[in-house]
Design a protein around this ligand. Structure first.
Ligand code: SAM
Length: 365
């Protein structure tokens, strides 16, 4: 065997191993989604050590399926065997310490369950995406359905709940001083999704009112429910609207644009609109993907994650909106600066906020 053939064989095998690991991870994520959808983790958390029979009764599912799911979850290590027994019907299972928080607490910084619906939603939409690749058309954001919406909301909510009002706001000292003094403030949340950024801000500062806008009707419906359940519906207003036309009121003390600039069909137009809605000197806080400044292949996990989102979701979704620009998920820092300048912002500062996935920018005049 020549050296070249050996190298081709080892590369072939390495790729095979890598795809096998992906298959395993994907299938285990789908089994997690089954647990979420059927309420199996809630039952395990509430009841402690649980047999297949007990889980079947509590969750209202078939006992044989309950047994197989519990065994699969114990084999993967997501559950542990709490009571060992050769008889599968007598064996009991439990959530190890920490796993209930990762699977069931959507405000926890360690909440991870939201990844599971994302895979389902992306897979369900793959046929439409493949058709769009052939024609060059787009796949509308709403077509990705509740699972992708839930995934995005669930991945971002813990950052809003834990970091937005304290850590991120500390990088906007003028506004923070105003809020700590108890002075009223109006905040605009552009492309607010299901509303958790607006809600978290309003919960942290009782004198703040927030207007959230988003193109997606289902997201806005969900945002209104979330605000009502969080007790802030009197100070947080949500509207279904396109940011390019909807930002008509002015005088906002802060505008926020979280993980959405890359989704805008006309990002410069939206930035221009938002700029005109800000009170004199008020900042626009943008967070978007923490990707490298230039294309490099192969890339790290953040780059890989964002390209995967881009080919499966963000690029098709933006192309469905008659875009001026369809950037895709991989929004690099120099592009943000260029768009901000074209929109008339005179200052773009990258903020020193530690975050594995997002880069933060303060835009102002
Ligand atoms: C990745 S999601 C982020 C949602 C939310 N900001 C968050 O961080 O969870 C992007 C959002 O941008 C919205 N969007 C895209 N283009 C828009 C536009 N022109 N006007 C308003 N919303 C838009 C989508 O509907 C979607 O809800």
């Amino acid at each position: 065997m020549t050296i070249a053939t050996e190298s081709a064989t080892s590369r072939r095998d390495a790729l095979g191993e890598r795809l096998f690991a992906s298959l395993l991870g994907g299938m285990e994520l789908l089994a997690v989604q089954l647990g979420i959808r059927l309420g199996l983790y809630t039952a395990l958390r509430d009841n402690g050590a649980t047999t297949a029979g007990a889980l079947a009764v509590t969750a209202g599912i078939d006992q044989r399926y309950a047994q197989e799911w519990l065994e699969q979850h114990a084999v993967t290590g997501i559950l542990e065997v709490a009571v060992e027994c050769d008889d599968p019907a007598e064996r009991a299972y439990a959530l190890p310490t920490g796993h209930a928080e990762a699977l069931l607490d959507p405000d926890s910084p360690g909440y991870a369950a939201a990844m599971a619906p994302g895979l389902v939603g992306l897979a369900k939409t793959l046929d439409a995406v493949a058709a769009a690749y052939r024609t060059g058309a787009g796949v509308a954001y709403e077509r990705y359905g509740a699972e992708v919406r839930d995934c995005i909301a669930g991945l971002n909510r813990p950052m809003f709940a834990n970091d937005l009002a304290k850590e991120w706001l500390a990088c906007l000292p003028d506004l923070q001083a105003r809020l700590l003094a108890g002075t009223p403030a109006r905040v605009l949340d552009v492309a607010c999704g299901t509303g958790w950024s607006a809600i978290s801000f309003a919960r942290a500062y009782p004198q703040v009112t927030v207007t959230g806008i988003d193109l997606d009707t289902a997201s806005i419906d969900q945002a209104r429910c979330n605000a009502a359940e969080s007790g802030v519906a009197d100070r947080v207003r949500f509207e279904t609207a396109d940011a390019i036309t909807a930002v008509t009121e002015g005088g906002y003390h802060l505008a926020m644009l979280f993980e959405a600039l890359h989704d805008m069909g006309d990002p410069v137009g939206v930035l221009r609109q938002v700029r005109s809605a800000l009170a004199g000197g008020a900042p626009l806080l943008v967070a978007d993907e923490r990707v490298a400044d230039t294309f490099t292949a192969p890339g790290d996990e953040v780059e890989r994650l964002n390209y995967a989102w881009s080919v499966l979701h963000c690029l098709p979704a933006t192309r469905a909106t008659s875009p001026v620009i369809a950037n895709g998920t991989v929004l690099r820092s120099p592009t943000v600066r260029q768009w901000a300048g074209e929109a008339g912002f005179s200052r773009v500062e990258e903020l020193p906020i530690a975050n594995d996935f997002w880069r933060f920018y303060r835009l102002e005049d």
